[in-house]
Design a protein around this ligand. Structure first.
Ligand code: SAM
Length: 403
């Protein structure tokens, strides 16, 4: 192996890296890393090596990710392949130990940086596996990843292993591709907490069920009581709606702007004949419009779930979810029954849990609304997070109780 280039990194990166942050973002230092080099040894201002990095010069923002802080780095690089296998095995083992995952056919086998496999996410979707690369770096190691997976899951055939490059820009967002047939489309069903969902691979960027929300769905089970009236805003394919029906809600209203996702939700309902479909209503319109409509009709709900995209556009201007929350809170409050609960989420790393809470508290104060935070929601179980790495804790939520 050629000698690994040693490169000085930005003073802020040195500080962050020492605090456990595993990314080197684009700056005057990282943009000068030798392009052809797979690995980089990061050094501080006194030329002391501090970390072995995996390098992705083509990534718009994250130019390198920490692979190891253990010396000697040349040996760490020589043993790279064996380390991938070791880290994969460890991540799988952790999931096999988690009893909660037995109720789900969908869970993360690997959750990137928190499993010491930076930029690599692997989902088990019933008898399929979806490998997601957030950095092009992993493309070279596809076959090692696939072989290691098949050693642990020999029943999973090549055609049931899917790879997807995930990007932070629309241009980089790619469909999952099958390892043997890039043009294959695959539709199948899987069960989460006894509910069947339609999963589509090879057809669209997202496959129809947010697995990172599964552990939260399990937690909010405690808030969905029989005979409750539930409003599910930004419902997507309806995971929270079906879950509410399963838990005995007397009525569930799902709201989503996308006809495709409303149709998908209806299909998911049809897969679960034991759920009472007459209790479900789908509103294919914007949340803003739906909240006005139910208000005019003087309808109220005991529980409102609100999981907006991190930002949305009305065709003219883009609004971030956090900004939109002020009006949303006002409108949700009008249709929330006395002592009702709001389950609100924010899907961005740009604001931490504390800031999210403080912002919502400020809005509530300005609106003169009296709510108490009864629970905080975050990634968990198969989706671990890492101290000092806010980008990995992108999902946050809370349950607000109307006083
Ligand atoms: C983050 S997903 C919600 C995921 C869902 N809560 C789940 O757990 O499966 C956001 C959804 O909001 C929808 N959406 C975006 N803007 C909207 C709007 N203004 N009104 C209604 N739905 C909207 C999108 O079509 C998408 O399905």
């Amino acid at each position: 192996m050629n000698k690994i280039p040693e490169c000085l990194i930005h003073p802020v990166s040195i500080k962050l890296l020492r605090q456990g942050h595993p990314w080197i973002t684009s700056d005057n230092f990282s943009n000068r890393f030798p392009k052809q080099s797979e690995f980089i040894v990061a050094t501080d201002e006194r030329k002391r090596p501090i970390a072995l990095l995996i390098h992705d010069p083509h990534h718009r923002n994250v130019k390198a990710r920490v692979w190891s802080t253990k010396f000697p780095f040349d040996r760490e690089a020589q043993h790279f392949t064996a380390s991938i296998q070791g880290r994969l095995d460890l991540a799988f083992e952790k999931r096999f130990q988690q009893k909660e995952l037995k109720e789900r056919e969908n869970y993360y086998l690997v959750f990137g940086e928190a499993d010491q496999l930076p930029g690599l996410f692997i989902l088990k979707l019933k008898d399929r596996i979806l490998v997601q690369f957030y950095t092009n770096f992993w493309n070279r190691y596809k076959s090692i990843i696939q072989t290691t997976l098949q050693e642990i899951f020999p029943e999973i055939t090549d055609e049931n292993i899917w790879f997807q490059l995930r990007g932070e820009t629309k241009q980089l967002q790619k469909l999952p591709q099958n390892s043997v047939d890039p043009d294959r489309k695959d539709e199948f069903h899987l069960a989460e907490f006894g509910i069947q969902y339609l999963i589509r691979l090879g057809l669209s960027y997202d496959h129809g069920l947010y697995t990172d929300m599964s552990s939260i769905r399990q937690i909010i089970k405690g808030y969905i009581k029989p005979q409750m009236k539930v409003l599910n805003l930004f419902s997507y394919t309806g995971a929270f709606s079906l879950w509410s029906l399963k838990l005995g809600a007397s009525s569930v209203v799902s709201v989503d702007l996308s006809p495709k996702y409303i149709e998908w939700l209806q299909h998911n309902l049809s897969l679960n004949p034991e759920l009472d479909h007459t209790r479900h209503e789908a509103m294919n319109k914007s949340v803003e419009e739906a909240l006005e409509e139910v208000h005019k009709e003087k309808r109220t709900f005991d529980l409102i779930i609100c999981d907006p995209p991190s930002s949305s556009s009305d065709g003219e201007k883009r609004t971030s979810a956090i900004k939109a929350y002020k009006e949303l809170l006002m409108k949700m409050d009008r249709v929330l029954a006395n002592h009702g609960k709001l389950v609100v989420f924010l899907n961005t790393h740009q604001l931490n849990q504390d800031k999210f809470e403080r912002t919502l508290k400020d809005y509530l104060m300005e609106l003169k609304l009296d709510y108490k935070i009864s629970s905080r929601l975050q990634l968990g179980q198969d989706c671990p997070t890492l101290k000092g790495f806010p980008e990995g804790s992108y999902l946050k939520g809370m349950v607000l109780e109307k006083q």
